[in-house]
Design a protein around this ligand. Sequence first.
Ligand code: FAD
Length: 463
Amino acid sequence: MTPPGLPPTLPPSLKDTPVAELFPDVFARDPHHHGFTRGGRAAALAALDALDPLAYGRDRSHLDGHVSRLSPYLRHGVLTLAEVRDEALRRVPTPSRAWKYVNELSWHDFFTRVYAEIGAGVWENLQPYKTGLPDSAYSREFPADIDQGTTGAVCIDSWSRDLRETGYLHNHVRMWLASYIIHHRRVWWPGGASWFITHLLDGDPANNNLNWQWVASTWRAFPYLWNRGNLLKYAGDRYCAECPLADSGCPFDATYAALSERLFVGKSAAPGETGWLAPDRLRAVPWQGPLTPQSVPDAVVWVHGDRLSPTNEALAAYAERPAVFVWDDGLLKEWTISAKRQTFIHECVQELPVHVLRGNVTAQVAAFARAHGAGVVATTPSPSPRFAVIVQQLEAEGLTVQLWPEPVFAASLDALDLRVHADYWNQVRASAFGREPEPPKPKTARKKAAETATKKPRAKATE
Ligand SMILES: Cc1cc2nc3c(=O)[nH]c(=O)nc-3n(C[C@H](O)[C@H](O)[C@H](O)COP(=O)(O)OP(=O)(O)OC[C@H]3O[C@@H](n4cnc5c(N)ncnc54)[C@H](O)[C@@H]3O)c2cc1C
């Protein structure tokens, strides 16, 4: 029977259905039902309250350093980059003391903007590998011993276990593990990226894939390598002390030159290899300030996985109107999303004033709008190409889709140069620190010459 007050054509909400009942196959296959943190705004604000940008600037590269662990909340829009930045600035005596933290947040903004521009292109090699090896040298099969943590190297196996059990890895560990997978095991980077997306509570194609491409050298001038000295420096001997390979057979116990010689056949692209990204493709990406729509009487709200917060702008604009969240069965299956990540999303959704449905998102949102006699679907923007398709399909069904933007993290006076983070940062830095956007600082002749010689995306200065 339809619950009282519900339009007769609408199935009852799944909001209070335990998530394990919604996805029994995933929960049966995956023994880890909870990740390292709870979903939801209350948990996010508690984590934000622990933010220490000063300590972060000192020791973030160390495994025991003061990293914020806010990424799952940023990924799912439980917190926005702008509000986390504002909080970081509130916690320091002068903005420059939060420089490192705000700069790290800017990587998230940068990669998300690149994703909004190239969409599914993040799954292609943006450039060829600079390892002297062709793309075909990298195995399409993801090794079971890495997945199960049985390689015999204690560091690798611990990281595999941490990923599967908690859904979180420190940035340095992500770099080390990705480098091992791609360069030591010669595994195709999208295989590793998919494994991460399955398990990470913060997994998203923008920040995940573009970092994988950086490690692989398909969006960087050279591959990322590490060695045992680097591991000892940032992790101590917690792994090596227990590792049977520590005295002989450690694949990381070598100089960078020796590793490079062992793993690569050269330092440039193999002959004939090309990348997907045209060199100028990201040179001048139009900057658009947010346009806030007018509210109308006959709207419903569609909340999606990129803005799972009670502060969602569309929810705020239409506090009195019905709202829906749809579990996208197709996407969950395509990304083989783990049980712990589904639990995290479920916990976020539980706090929202939404009717919960599942299945094909376009069909469910359209049915929800029709059931409430609405001609307008109000939602928040997303960089995902899947989102763009759903919006198109809703409009093809005769619905108008309104996009309610979140506060911007960083504004620009001009089109953005997204080819390298340093140029993007030069353009947006002032506004990222809460000031009016400024024209980029002119480059010195020396800097210009160096850049022309090595125009390449740089990322993460954690090594
Ligand atoms: C191979 C690989 C895969 C990654 N996959 C993801 C992913 O799927 N989702 C994701 O959000 N991040 C990803 N990262 C980036 C980074 O590792 C995580 O954002 C960070 O470790 C999250 O932990 P934290 O919140 O404690 O980070 P903190 O060190 O406290 O940083 C604060 C915030 O800054 C942003 N940030 C920091 N480093 C990066 C970075 N390298 N790239 C982009 N944003 C950054 C994140 O939003 C992060 O929450 C990946 C990095 C690598 C090397």
